[in-house]
Design a binder for this molecule. Structure first.
Ligand SMILES: Cc1ncc(COP(=O)(O)O)c(C=O)c1O
Length: 456
């Protein structure tokens, strides 16, 4: 099906601009999550979405690849989920108590994910990260957490250590800095983190040996999706498991993005490893505030005994449980057929975006497993080849040039994430990919022309 959009007209955002000005009068900075300010030319105000499509207040229609920062694995407003939420809302949204629904969701999660023997529910992955760190420290009696440069584990004091550190503060390659991008963080928190570079197995071994006996857990995104889109080199995940077993550390997989996107069993099944604890967010709720920690029974003992506090007024509220139950039932119904379709469509989109870029001499290099991918824009003279870690990415990615292309795409009705990530959903069809490429053709042509003209 071809679009209902005006093909030759690029978009304008006058209503969003007006609304943003109005929002700035009453909402600090005009947005409710800092990164939303990155949207250029203005943070957009949306009215509704359906499947792969999203509409804004100016009447612009987008083929969406931002898809709620990856939470909408099932597309925008799936009818079954809307009905499940609606039905539950009539019975009650919140009891701060038990319901059969929470057992049903927990049973589904334990069924889908082999490492999930016990679960606990929260409202966001940021909260879950706080809980797993607390649990790991109490379980092992050790103070430190090892995490990787450029991996994002929520915006809390602990989860964000070592994220987005600017090059002049990186520290040497053997001892990456344990800085926090936010001011106002309790300084002592930083002393409880060891930061390592991603994808360097020997470096990881040395980092663990340096702090041997003091590290409670190693946390990681199984595929690094918050800095470019970087798969682990062969042997890395196995080494993390081996070191955790050798030294009694917990292996914590942060599957907030990869969970359910990489198949019903998450990246851990896709990549064949068994973590001690897992963080789930985003697709477990399909767009409602729902998250979970899952893991081995023995690791949950300190929560059961009450030595580790895990609490929350809105935890496991029936509204979110109803939404999540619908999502997990979708995955169970898809079975092993998922993630094949997304994989094929995503891989095709990556390949054809590259061909299109080549035809305009745009140095765009899509990278990732297709289920999610990143469009790296090479800086002039930057080396070819796969980006391997955070430092490599910062050194080679031309962020201003990507921002210009991203705006051209947006103005043609293709919406990728500001920093260059693309999330497909189960609702994207082959026709959506065709139309995305059609729209991208115009965006790439305009970008190439304007970028060359700006250079003089
Ligand atoms: C890997 C990872 N962990 C944790 C989080 C935090 O999730 P939330 O924003 O739901 O707190 C995110 C969010 O993008 C994430 O990508």
């Amino acid at each position: 099906m071809l679009s209902t959009l005006q093909p030759e007209m690029s978009y304008t955002f006058n209503k969003s601009k007006e609304l943003y000005d109005r929002a700035c009068e009453v909402i600090a900075g005009g947005v409710n999550s800092g990164i939303r300010k990155l949207e250029v030319p203005v943070p957009i105000f949306f009215t509704h979405g359906k499947g792969s499509r999203l509409w804004d207040e100016d009447g612009n229609e987008y083929i969406d690849y931002q898809t709620g920062q990856g939470a909408l694995l099932y597309g925008h407003a799936p009818e079954g989920q809307a009905a499940a939420i609606g039905e539950q809302a009539k019975k009650g949204t919140h009891w701060a108590a038990q319901s059969i629904l929470e057992i049903e969701v927990a049973e589904r999660l334990c069924h889908l994910v082999p490492s999930a023997e016990y679960v606990r529910f929260s409202n966001s992955a940021t909260e879950v990260v706080n809980s797993v760190f607390r649990l790991a420290r109490c379980h092992t009696g050790r103070p430190l957490i090892l995490k990787f440069e450029g991996h994002y584990h929520g915006w809390g004091d602990e989860g964000l250590v070592g994220f987005g550190t600017p090059p002049d503060k990186w520290g040497d390659a053997e001892n990456p800095a344990n800085l926090h991008p936010s001011k106002g963080v309790i300084p002592e928190v930083l002393d409880h983190f060891v930061v390592a570079r991603w994808n360097d197995i020997e470096h990881l071994r040395r980092r663990v040996d340096q702090y041997r006996g003091q590290i409670a857990a190693i946390i990681f995104e199984p595929v690094l999706c918050n800095t470019s889109c970087i798969e682990p080199v062969p042997g890395l995940i196995e080494t993390i498991r081996e070191l955790c077993d050798r030294d009694g550390m917990l292996m914590i997989a942060d599957e907030t993005i990869t969970g359910f996107r990489f198949g019903p069993g998450g990246a851990q099944k896709h990549l064949d490893f068994v973590p001690d604890l897992t963080v789930f967010g985003k697709a477990i709720g399909g767009g409602v505030p729902f998250a979970a920690m899952a893991g081995k029974k023995e690791v949950f003992e300190k929560i059961i005994s009450g030595e580790v506090v895990h609490a929350g007024t809105l935890n496991s509220n029936p509204l979110c449980l109803a939404a999540s139950k619908w999502c997990l039932d979708e995955l169970i119904a898809l079975g092993d057929s998922h993630p094949q379709e997304i994989l094929e469509r995503g891989s095709r989109l990556m390949a054809e975006l590259r061909t299109l870029a080549d035809s305009h001499n745009i140095p765009l290099r899509p990278q990732g497993p297709g289920l999610v991918f990143h469009t790296i824009m090479l800086k002039p003279g930057a080396a070819e080849g796969r980006v391997l870690d955070y430092r490599d990415y910062v050194a080679r990615h031309d962020a201003p040039r990507w921002a210009h292309l991203r705006r051209c795409l947006l103005e043609e009705g293709v919406r990728a994430i500001e920093r260059g990530l693309w999330f497909l959903t189960l609702a994207h069809t082959d026709a959506d990919i065709d139309e995305t490429l059609e729209r991208s053709r115009r965006a790439f042509a305009r970008h190439a022309q304007e970028w060359e003209a700006a250079k003089g």
